[in-house]
Design a protein around this ligand. Structure first.
Ligand code: SF4
Length: 433
């Protein structure tokens, strides 16, 4: 491999340019309406976007080169050193997995060849949904359906913090495909500590908050299910929410033409949160006996929904898959990389982080190889570090949206950083095994 890799733009094609309709890779919403201006190697979000997008696109480009044990090395030397570590490992663990579709396909291939384990950094959160899908199934909608049809949103996580433009693009949109003028919407926040500031504008009807501890949101929804069945509640308030408020919310659900309950799996960060997701999904089923209602799960930041989708396409299983036996085996507990590191079952960590500067590998004593952004903040120098480009900035790519129904094309914004594509580095690594 040469210093400038296939697929990576070698130098800015022009001094400056403006890109319209850019897809943002920095959260699972994949907003595709950004305008990005490039001046030399500097990027600026000039239309649409959010603070998270600005933080991602506008990071100054730092000079980065491969390192072995902290010392500068050529890319070929770094690939050879990384391949030697993987070849010598009994059970290599491929983690982080913040990459695009091509990068994830390459990970599945090399993990198969090296007989390793694959596990995304956010698998624990995504698993809250997968457990429900596997055990009882769910009834979900898409961002487009919700944007155009929903007249009642129950917001059951701090959506605005995880996805800053969700309200702008899906809830507060002034126009709808099916009604002109578009009707008002009712927004009900269930939980505590949410940023509710984005629930504004002409589409907003009633905006209501049912305050309760996050780990009791499931109890509140369970109480709605009880009322829906016509059974009595065991108390005058559930998780601090008065019975009258619960009855009012159920009446609003019955009056809605299209209700949607929205959650972010990483926002349900407490033990056994899959049981909370289960309550959401069972409530949706209960409501569908009499009317239209659906779930909408967000998340998918750092390429999580892409990694989950590609893993399912390639192996037939959701994430946390091991190729140790020569065939893919799925176990969300056994193949959790944090556990494999703690129990010393893995003896080599290969960490992928190609979007932000913050998704660093855990600090560990086992040999660690990092394919990371030019500015990845590392708490400990890895054995091998190879800088890679960011899909959607340094090269083209594809990312799956958080509702898993579409993958969006990513652009090369032409800043000419000369950073290798993850897929090319992994192909070279696999060839060297
Ligand atoms: S909401 Fe997410 S996808 Fe949209 S611009 Fe912000 S970070 Fe990017």
């Amino acid at each position: 491999m040469t210093a400038v890799q296939a697929g990576a733009s070698p130098a800015p094609a022009s001094a400056s340019e403006t890109h319209a309709h850019v897809t943002c890779p920095f959260c699972g919403l994949r907003c595709d309406d950004l305008e990005i201006a490039r001046s030399g190697q500097a990027l600026k979000v000039t239309r649409n976007g959010c603070d998270k997008a600005k933080a991602g696109f506008e990071r100054p480009l730092k000079a980065a080169q491969p390192r072995i044990g902290g010392r500068p090395a050529s890319l070929d030397e770094a690939v050879a050193a990384a391949a030697a570590l993987i070849k010598g490992a009994r059970l290599p663990a491929f983690g982080g997995l913040a990459t695009d579709v091509d990068g994830m396909r390459a990970i599945m291939s090399i993990a198969d060849k090296a007989r390793g384990v694959v596990d995304h950094a956010f698998s624990e959160a995504q698993g809250r949904n997968f457990k429900v899908l596997q055990t009882s199934g769910y009834f979900m909608t898409t961002m487009t359906e919700a944007r155009n049809r929903a007249d009642l949103f129950i917001i059951a996580s701090d959506v605005h913090t995880f996805h800053p433009r969700f309200f702008e693009r899906v809830v507060c949109n002034e126009k709808s495909m099916f009604a002109d003028p578009a009707p008002k919407r009712t927004i009900v926040f269930v939980g505590e500590g949410y940023d509710t500031s984005a629930a504004t504008g002409p589409r907003m009807g009633d905006v209501i908050t049912l305050n309760c501890p996050m780990d009791q949101v499931g109890e509140v929804v369970s109480a709605l299910r009880t009322l829906k069945k016509g059974a009595p509640l065991p108390a005058d308030a559930i998780a601090g929410v008065p019975k009258a408020q619960l009855e009012d919310l159920l009446a609003r659900c019955h009056a809605a033409d299209y209700g949607v309950i929205v959650w972010v799996p990483p926002g349900l960060d407490f033990p056994n949160a899959d049981l909370t997701v289960h309550q959401f999904c069972e409530f949706v089923k209960d409501m569908n006996v009499t009317q239209r209602f659906a779930g909408l799960s967000l998340g998918g930041n750092e390429g999580a929904s892409t990694a989950a989708s590609v893993c399912a396409w390639q192996s037939g299983y959701p994430l946390r898959v091991s190729y140790e036996s020569g065939a893919p085996k799925y176990d969300p507990d056994l193949y959790a990389i944090p556990k494999l590191i703690a129990s010393k079952q893995t003896d080599c960590l290969i960490w992928l982080s190609s979007f932000t500067d913050s998704l660093a590998p855990p600090v560990t004593d086992i040999p660690t190889i990092v394919l990371g952004t030019h500015d990845l903040k590392l708490a400990k120098e890895p054995d091998v570090y190879i800088p890679v480009g960011t899909p959607g900035i340094d090269h083209k790519g594809q990312l799956v949206r958080c509702d898993s129904v579409v993958s969006l094309p990513l652009r090369d914004l032409g800043r000419g950083a000369g950073l290798a594509r993850t897929v090319d580095v992994l192909a070279a690594l696999e060839a060297a095994l």
